[in-house]
Ligand binder design. Structure first.
Ligand SMILES: O=C[C@H](O)[C@H](O)[C@H](O)COP(=O)(O)O
Length: 232
């Protein structure tokens, strides 16, 4: 079974948690894309749900699938968000933002009663950090922000190269919110909650890709089948 089939399996399992009438956060990325597609089939079959997309890409896909959409301004809370991740650890802390959607993803996840993470099992790690940590920043004062980030890394016992993300066209990658992304190659983030707190204090940092305490369930698809992990 190839990676894409595993992602679809995880998405299909998460879909079992969706009930008629739910308000859903719709994630971004190649795994969440399967969930949106499968949800679209349910909606075509008569299921009544409403979704809040976490990116313009997901909005376009959800609209094409005819999934009714709303905004966080129009509703109070979401029942459930289903989203992918770049890495997840045994505490169900995550690294997200490989696709650049981390800011809206975190706003939506934080407004949800539950978040289910769907992934192939290669994303599971003992310690976060093998995947470069995306940090969404304001373009103004980039060098000062990166210096403050380096200090936060040192205070958290990590270090590594930082790189401004470029798009496929070679230009600086710009997020849906009009910001830039610095990818930090840290290797092992031994205290992710501590680093998350420090990064959140930096004025030029809009948001970072550490999702601490937001995911309630992970659905991991691998060659041996599906493993469901619940946050303790
Ligand atoms: O910004 C992108 C998101 O955080 C994605 O959920 C994450 O990068 C995982 O994407 P994929 O399912 O394509 O590996």
């Amino acid at each position: 079974m190839d990676m894409d089939q595993l992602k679809r399996q995880a998405a299909a399992r998460a879909l079992e948690h969706v009930r008629d009438g739910m308000k859903l956060g719709l994630g971004t990325g190649s795994t969440a894309k399967h969930f949106v597609e499968l949800l679209g089939e349910k909606v075509a079959g008569g299921m009544k749900v409403v979704g809040v997309p976490t990116s313009e890409a997901t909005r376009a896909q959800a609209e094409a699938c005819r999934i009714p959409l709303t905004t966080l301004d129009a509703i109070d809370r979401l029942d459930l968000t289903v989203d992918g991740a770049d890495e997840l650890d045994p505490a169900l802390n995550l690294i997200k933002g490989g696709g650049g959607a981390l800011l809206r993803e975190k706003i939506v996840a934080a407004a949800s009663d539950r978040m289910i993470v769907i992934a192939d099992d290669t994303k599971w790690v003992d310690v976060l950090g093998r995947f470069p940590l995306p940090v969404e920043v304001i373009p103004f004062g980039l060098a000062a922000t990166q210096r403050a980030m380096a200090t936060a890394f040192a205070q958290s016992g990590v270090s590594g190269q930082m790189g401004l993300r470029k798009g496929r066209d070679g230009h600086v990658f710009v997020t849906d919110g009009g910001h830039w992304i610095v990818d930090a190659h840290l290797g092992r983030i031994t205290d992710a909650p501590h680093l998350a707190g420090l990064l959140s204090l930096i004025p030029g940092v809009v948001e970072h890709g550490l999702f601490i305490g937001l995911a309630s369930i992970a659905v991991l698809a691998g060659a041996q089948g599906i493993r469901v992990v619940e946050r303790r």
